[in-house]
Design a protein around this ligand. Structure first.
Ligand code: DGL
Length: 266
């Protein structure tokens, strides 16, 4: 299917896997008149462990094809690992396209924390990015920010959302570093800096040694996208349009079922 069948251009939402669905679900609420195309670069998943130059090249090459094929109104890069690395390259390579990015919500966390102890839970890629260090330097020098790079959580989230059993021990091993006690103060905000993680927020809440605010940026990203996508009077969502594309070409049955649950053909 191409965008040509639509009066309005669609919104393209991109992630390495299924994490971007946490952003898509908010974006659809705010832009009900737009068709949506969800792209999962599952052939490259997980992005968290890639070397930076190779991943940057992969993403820019992929977008050269995607933009030609689907001609979207805007692209939402619903992936911290991708955007903190290749956001500037995408904007430079395709200056006519609007890219809405996803970056660790360090600024809002620094504004909201009462204890001054904030943790950022992300992939190893996002944790080591200069972009992430710059966000801390620009907005959170008054806080103690702990960066927690999780090797396995994106993969665990994929398994969990497809219906597999994920053990509490495995999840706890990935999140326990987020909880810091210092001078009688405790971490009060954990930034979910990977779009896969909000799917597991209920488990995180149950396992947390004390209650914290788990900051999910999905709604803010959707609001930003809405502000950049023109509202067209009387436009209605194109019938039966929304679909998902997997770069592997072969999503398994649980993944296709998941996509259907999100109203996407796959
Ligand atoms: N969902 C992606 C993010 O927001 C990363 C998952 C991966 O490791 O590919 O960072």
């Amino acid at each position: 299917m191409t965008a040509a069948a639509n009066e309005l251009k669609p919104v393209l939402v991109f992630d390495s896997g299924i994490g971007g669905l946490t952003v898509l679900r908010e974006a659809r609420v705010l832009m009900p008149e737009r068709g949506f195309i969800y792209i999962a670069d599952d052939a490259g998943f997980p992005y968290g462990s890639w070397e930076e130059p190779a991943l940057r090249e992969r993403i820019v090459d992929l977008f050269a094809k995607l933009l030609g094929q689907y001609d979207p109104e805007v692209c939402i890069i619903a992936c911290n690992t991708a955007f903190t690395l290749a956001g500037a390259d995408l904007r430079a390579a395709f200056p006519q396209m609007t890219f809405i990015g996803t970056v660790p919500a360090i600024k809002p966390a620094a504004e909201r924390t009462r204890s001054g102890l904030v943790s950022v839970l992300a992939t190893p890629g996002t944790v080591k990015r200069a972009y992430t260090r710059d966000l801390i330097q620009s907005f959170a020098t008054q806080c103690h920010v702990r960066l927690v790079g999780s090797q396995d959580l994106a993969r665990l989230a994929e398994a969990y959302i497809r219906g597999d059993v994920v053990s509490d021990e495995a999840v706890m091993a990935e999140i326990e570093q987020c909880f810091v006690e210092m001078d009688g103060r405790k971490t009060d905000i954990v930034v979910l800096a990977c779009t896969h993680y909000p799917f597991m927020a209920n488990i995180f809440r149950r396992l947390a040694p004390w209650p914290v605010d788990w900051l999910d940026p999905a709604e803010a990203i959707a609001r930003r996208a809405r502000s950049l996508v023109p509202q067209v009077a009387d436009a209605v969502h194109p019938d039966n349009f929304d679909f998902a594309v997997f770069t592997s070409g072969a999503p398994d049955f649980p993944t296709r079922r998941l996509m259907q649950g999100f109203g996407l053909k796959a």
